[in-house]
Design a protein around this ligand. Structure first.
Ligand code: SF4
Length: 206
């Protein structure tokens, strides 16, 4: 990226999360800080790189959820933020998430990303209306997902070998931000191993 590097997104996310830890905050707050820093970085990239024409071409819209049927690799910090959002829901909503998570864990046990996608296993946080049940708290890879062709996403979901046109800058910025959050976790001596979001939600005491 001209004048801006993905490494800047990583550094800024890492610094924001590290500052949260230094202030005695927990992993959910550190994730929130990394997300806020990355939102600011993305806005700068949008202006500097003139991304608006490309962003206008994006097909992503509320209720479109083809991309919510893949393994989402997250850190314990992202899980903490998701767990907070789930805990704030009424009991029946938590029970529905727990049931969907158990179902995903059963169907997806031992599957790699390609097999998981082929099995069309939905994220347990995806609601029946196609909306993310934890939108504000969604993990960083979910913020990276984008597509300029929802039809291509659907065809891929249905098993057609098709490449989806994506805005690489959005993918790259959020992927590097997640790496930065991981660095802050390591520095703070917190667990930094990647985990499967659906399986991790299944293991939560909901
Ligand atoms: S957390 Fe939300 S955005 Fe991410 S895969 Fe699940 S339903 Fe989709």
């Amino acid at each position: 990226m001209a004048g801006l590097g993905y490494s800047d997104a990583r550094r800024q996310a890492a610094a924001a999360a590290a500052q949260a830890f230094a202030q005695g905050k927990g992993m959910a707050e550190a994730t929130r800080a990394a997300i806020a820093a990355t939102d600011m970085f993305f806005d700068k990239a949008r202006r500097v790189l003139n991304l608006d024409p490309l962003l206008k071409q994006q097909a992503c819209a509320a209720g479109c959820s083809w991309c919510c049927h893949q393994i989402v690799a997250i850190s314990a910090a992202e899980l903490d933020l998701v767990a907070e959002a789930i805990a704030a829901k009424p009991p029946e909503a938590r029970a529905a998430i727990a049931a969907r998570a158990r179902d995903a864990a059963t169907k997806g046990a031992g599957l790699d990303q390609r097999q998981w996608w082929a099995a069309r296993i939905r994220c347990p946080l995806l609601e029946d209306d196609g909306l993310c049940g934890v939108h504000e708290a969604r993990p960083l890879p979910c913020r990276a997902h984008n597509s300029a062709d929802a039809g291509a996403c659907r065809r891929s979901f249905e098993g057609e070998p098709v490449r989806t046109p994506v805005l690489a800058a959005q993918q790259g910025i959020w992927a590097h931000a997640q790496a930065g959050l991981g660095e802050a976790l390591v520095q703070a001596k917190r667990p930094a191993e990647a985990m499967n979001l659906a399986l991790a939600v299944a293991a939560l005491p909901l």
